[in-house]
Design a protein around this ligand. Structure first.
Ligand code: UD1
Ligand code: CA
Length: 483
């Protein structure tokens, strides 16, 4: 294998542990940061190596974890760990799920180290291959190495093996170089060394770490790659660590976007999931959260105080104090302040959804405006239509939802209610307060409110002695009667 060819034969992701310190009904590795489960991040890093085969070892909450893994990555192989405990056994069952004669490099990593990148894994594999090593471990120097396995080195600096904290002498516990639990192995060495691993240790487990000293005693070269970035090998065991890792991941994501030409006014109050895509010259204002597969076009301004989940925002659009999900906002469109876009809202180019508008399954054409105070659901609106203040689509008859279809260049007056199913033709108008129960033909004016009739002197007659009656009398220049 050439030095350049870093793609390993297989990656084994260990994901059998219980994660009891999360105190959760949900398996630890399914908890999310940056819009993805911890194990989702681990799988993404592993896939970054472009391995021929990817195996995940499961046991705790087996069915739930396996279903999640196969949803993320249908081509990975699930291996079930049995009752024999330990990382060594986990890797052994992982190998058993692979071809017996598998050759080349096998990478082992964990399901709960979400900041690990494909780049760092590739560096590990490259070093491993370049040295022709039997085993290469990714290590880090930590201020507080308590609990971790320690990298034991010979006087010449070469890696002699790994000793677990619980098995370590005081002298070994003083070592600050720790085992991350992430390795590259030669497949044949790994397979044969694991046969020699026992459970004779402080925890009665099959330690994967024993493979290193076994390989070395068999004459193999064992080395360590020391990362300068301990975040990448840090696991989340409880929710405090989960939050810390989530914050650091977010900081890294924001830094990348700012370097790519995105203005983020306040990184402290901005949260962006890892799958979000931003163009250069996007501006993100404080208090904004971008989730899922949200994508934002160049020169768009989003925020302040906006949450977008799976929303496509076109170039030049502005989205202010808005909550939107599974929606499309066209180029140069304006949304908010205080708009609520529920799934399947599709606002055309130059369109507007203004203050206190709620939309759902609403296709709104180019240049059409819903500026103030209303609800538009299960609706199709043409181009350059102006929907007046307070318009509502009554889409629900108590049992079923129905559609409202409004044409292009329509003008609806304030407080129009569309009783769906109903349609309004191109260029039609509605009067204020119209309740549109019947289809409106193109170019028609729809009025449903009775003509106004004024009963002169009504207040004086019906509310004598009231403040209103006095005001009315004063306005008409007559003395008010007292009773
Ligand atoms: C292990 C290493 C230790 C290292 C540390 C880094 C061993 C013996 N020790 O510690 O040197 O510093 O990781 O975090 O390997 N797992 C299984 N099956 C098992 C046991 C564990 O799949 O039977 C998985 C867990 O889900 C987890 C990972 O392996 O993702 C590590 O397990 P954990 O118990 O946290 O690691 P330690 O054994 O404490
Ligand atoms: Ca651990």
């Amino acid at each position: 294998m050439s030095v350049e060819a870093t793609a390993p034969a297989a990656v084994i992701v260990l994901a059998a542990g219980a994660g009891t310190r999360m105190k959760s009904a949900k398996p630890k590795i399914l908890h999310q940061i940056g819009g993805k489960s911890m194990v989702g991040h681990a799988i993404a890093a592993a896939r970054g190596l472009d391995p021929e085969r990817l195996v995940a070892v499961v046991r705790h909450e087996r069915d739930r974890v396996a279903a999640h893994l196969l949803e993320i990555d249908p081509s990975l192989v699930i291996a079930d760990q049995d009752e024999i405990p330990g990382t060594g056994r986990a890797v052994q069952v992982g190998l058993e799920a692979l071809p017996e004669d598998l050759e080349g490099t096998v990478v082992v990593t964990y399901g709960d180290v979400p900041l690990l990148t494909g780049e760092l894994l590739a560096e590990l594999v490259a070093e491993h291959n370049a040295g022709g090593n039997a085993a290469t471990v990714l290590s880090a120097r930590l201020e507080d190495p308590t609990g971790y396995g320690r990298i034991v080195r010979d006087t010449d600096g070469s890696v002699a093996g790994i000793v677990e904290h619980k098995d370590a002498s005081d002298e070994q516990r003083a070592i600050d170089e720790v085992n991350s639990g992430i390795y590259a192995f030669d497949a044949a060495v790994l397979r044969s060394a694991l046969k020699q691993v026992t459970t004779e240790n402080a925890q009665g487990e099959m330690y994967l770490t024993d493979v290193l000293s076994i390989a070395r005693n068999d004459g193999g070269r064992v080395a360590a790659v020391v990362t300068e970035d301990p975040w990448q090998v840090e696991g989340a065991n409880d929710r405090v660590q989960l939050a810390a890792l989530g914050k650091e991941l977010n900081r890294r994501t924001l830094t990348q976007w700012m370097r790519a030409g995105v203005t983020i006014v306040d990184p402290e109050s901005t949260w962006i999931d890892v799958q979000v895509a931003l163009s250069n010259d996007v501006t993100i204002k404080p208090g904004t959260q971008l989730h899922g597969h949200t994508a934002i076009g160049t020169d768009a301004v989003v925020g302040p105080d906006t949450t977008l989940t799976n929303v496509q925002v076109g170039p030049g659009a502005t989205v202010t104090r808005t909550d939107a999900t599974d929606s499309v906002i066209g180029a140069n469109a304006k949304v908010g302040p205080f708009a609520y876009l529920r799934p399947k809202t599709d606002l055309g180019e130059d369109g507007k959804i203004g203050a206190f508008y709620e939309t759902k399954n609403a296709r709104i054409g180019k240049g059409s405006k819903l500026s103030h105070l209303g609800y538009s659901g299960d609706s199709v609106i043409g181009e350059y239509t102006n929907i007046g203040c307070g318009n509502i689509t009554a889409n629900y008859d108590g049992e079923k939802k129905h559609q409202t279809v409004i044409g292009s260049h329509v003008r609806t007056s304030s407080n129009t209610v569309f009783i769906a199913p109903v349609s309004v033709g191109d260029g039609a108008y509605t009067g204020a307060g119209a309740i549109v129960r019947k289809d409106v033909p193109a170019g028609a004016l729809a009025l449903s409110v009775a003509p106004q009739r004024n009963t002169e002197g009504w207040t004086e007659a019906k509310r004598p002695g009231s403040d209103s009656a006095r005001a009315a009398a004063q306005a008409s220049g007559q003395p008010a009667s007292n009773s």
